[in-house]
Design a protein around this ligand. Structure first.
Ligand SMILES: NC(=O)c1ccc[n+]([C@@H]2O[C@H](COP(=O)([O-])OP(=O)(O)OC[C@H]3O[C@@H](n4cnc5c(N)ncnc54)[C@H](OP(=O)(O)O)[C@@H]3O)[C@@H](O)[C@H]2O)c1
Length: 296
């Protein structure tokens, strides 16, 4: 990666976005970091400057608001004169049955996970088209390749991102602008704690082995260094997705079995052992833990 590459990352205050900021800074990139929690974001910026001497701007940005995303992109061009990479990473989780999900909850998910990416694309494409170069990396999810019980509303937003990404990639052919979808599997971040829970007694647990945020961040960097339309961060998962496509009855059978078992354990209160700690999301408040955000 060229020294001084200008990278904008949404959702850089925590988890994968924060790890990506470190990974790009280590390679001499200049950064524009966006998220809602300004204090956490400021700490990331300061740590990057201290450790790597990185030039970084931290800006409050709620990706649900087009004008705030436009401001983030403008900060890159105003300060650094260009924009080479956008990582559309900001996202929130939600666990609940489709039938129990309120319209409001679905709207909130769509606004952050889908509209947030859309706003990033809309603000960035004109800049990159003018430059004749650039790379947009959208962060999807394994749940956006194959949905699973309790993941329906979240998965719907991630499937949608894949749809946007594929079309955009073709539409930008010949412009010098590249588009990639990075598909993380379960990753050790505060995501599981901040996700909204709409299943009393159910504890969202990772499916399969957890990756670290750093591992996913390195994949994001690799996608920029070696552009590819889609990068699944756990290669073996690609085989699982192909199998699920080829044998939909088998995939459906496995999902139904998982669902029955999860509901049985949820009813007996043993699914999480933490139902008391983790109040169901009926209060409508996403749980956030600054301490855990710091850990990731
Ligand atoms: N962890 C996993 O297992 C996993 C698996 C597959 C895909 N992913 C995807 O990876 C991405 C990053 O998630 P993560 O695991 O790193 O979770 P995380 O640690 O909870 O980080 C989420 C980031 O998104 C930001 N964010 C949330 N809503 C926002 C909004 N309205 N405007 C701006 N920023 C917002 C948060 O910052 P503020 O709260 O400060 O705004 C935070 O920086 C998400 O798109 C997620 O869907 C995660």
């Amino acid at each position: 990666m060229r020294q001084g590459t200008v990278v904008v990352i949404t959702g850089a205050s925590s988890g994968i976005g924060r790890a990506a900021a470190y990974a790009f800074a280590r390679r001499g990139c200049r950064l524009v970091l966006g998220a809602r929690r300004e204090e956490l974001l400021g700490r990331v910026r300061d740590a990057l400057a201290q450790r790597y001497g990185a030039e970084a701007i931290a800006l409050r940005c709620d990706v649900r608001r087009a004008e705030e995303v436009e401001r983030l992109i403008a900060a890159a061009t105003d300060r650094f004169g260009r924009l080479d990479v956008l990582v559309n990473n900001a996202g929130v989780g939600h666990y609940g049955r489709v039938e129990d999900t309120s319209e409001q909850d679905l709207r909130e998910l769509i606004e952050t996970n889908l509209l947030g990416v859309f706003h990033g694309i809309r603000a960035t494409v004109p800049v990159m088209r003018r430059q004749g170069s650039g790379h947009i990396v959208n962060v999807g999810s394994a749940a956006g390749k194959r949905s699973w019980p309790f993941h329906g509303p979240y998965a719907a937003t991630k499937f949608a991102i894949e749809g946007l990404t594929q079309a955009l990639s073709a539409e930008l052919a010949g412009s010098g602008v590249t588009v990639s979808l990075v598909v993380p599997a379960s990753t050790r971040t505060p995501f599981f704690e901040t996700a909204k829970l709409a299943v009393p007694g159910f504890r969202p647990s990772p499916i399969g082995r957890m990756q670290s945020a750093q591992q996913v961040a390195e994949k994001i960097v690799r996608t920029v260094d070696h552009p590819t339309p889609e990068l699944i961060t756990v290669p073996l998962l690609r085989a699982a997705f192909v199998l699920a496509e080829a044998f939909p009855r088998l995939a459906d059978f496995a999902a139904k079995r998982y669902y029955r078992e999860a509901m049985r354990r949820s009813a007996s209160g043993s699914a999480s052992g933490t139902a008391a700690e983790r109040a169901p999301a009926s209060n409508g408040t996403p749980r956030r833990s600054a301490a855990s955000a710091e850990r990731s």
